[in-house]
Write a protein that binds this ligand. Structure first.
Ligand code: FES
Length: 240
């Protein structure tokens, strides 16, 4: 599905309405496109360009600056293992070796079932909980081989679906002011805090523990990344 589907087209139009200049909605809409398809296709970027009055080359030129956007299909879960200094000193290469063995792929590759793409990452800014891993931009700290296996089992079983949405959509993009999360009614959005006027603090993001087993705690630091569209929400949330 290379172009925005009707629901996401509406989300894009709502995003555009937030800005005095249409083109300012580019990055949030690209996240919506990536959420839908898992990557930014040429057709998809052309569609976004049409919506914003931009040439396709302008869309691609902007998107290619950001390493959170993908131009080829990636797995449902993008697993990044940090091997920078703090994590390296805490056994990151041993962990990476285990991850490669467990997933059966080297960094840069995707598992045959399309579930996981592996990345060997630079510092992910969770050095205090080294070694750390992100899955679709959700952070998991103090990961060792056993905990990584639990994480993969939980992801495969769908136990972390609420915590780790497919293809790494940023929570902030889903919560853009004035927009409800996809699929939520306005009432549901108000109840879950996914609509306007709600910051991160109200959402319970704790994973549901699997029976009899500990769950690696997820830190959704993706919510700390600010897009232009959501900076208003950030400011509101930070006010005492
Ligand atoms: S070195 Fe791994 S998070 Fe900083």
């Amino acid at each position: 599905m290379p172009r925005l589907n009707p629901d996401n087209l509406q989300r894009a139009l709502d995003l555009i309405a937030l800005y005095p200049q249409r083109r300012s909605a580019l990055i949030p809409i690209l996240h919506v496109l990536q959420e839908q398809d898992g990557f930014l296709s040429e057709d998809g970027m052309s569609h976004v360009g049409e919506l914003l009055g931009l040439e396709a080359v302008e869309v691609r030129g902007t998107a290619s600056f950001y390493d959170m956007f993908h131009f080829e299909p990636v797995g449902k879960y993008l697993v990044a293992v940090c091997t920078n200094i703090a994590c390296m000193l805490q056994g990151a290469y041993r962990l990476l070796e285990h991850v490669e063995e467990r997933l059966g792929v080297a960094p840069g590759a995707t598992t045959e079932d399309g579930m996981f793409t592996l990345e060997d990452a630079e510092c992910l800014a969770l050095c205090g909980n080294a070694p750390c891993v992100t899955v679709n931009w959700r952070f998991f700290g103090d990961v060792d081989p056993d905990r990584f296996d639990i994480l993969i089992d939980d992801l495969r079983a769908g136990r972390l679906d609420d915590e780790v949405p497919p293809h790494g959509t940023l929570t902030r993009v889903r919560r853009t002011a004035g927009l409800a999360a996809a699929g939520a009614t306005p009432t549901e959005a108000a109840a879950t805090g996914s609509g306007a006027g709600r910051g991160d603090g109200g959402a319970d993001r704790s994973p549901t523990p699997a029976p009899g087993r500990p769950v690696v705690p997820a830190l959704d630091l993706s919510t700390r990344r600010t897009t232009t569209a959501t900076s208003v929400l950030d400011a509101a949330h930070l006010e005492p």
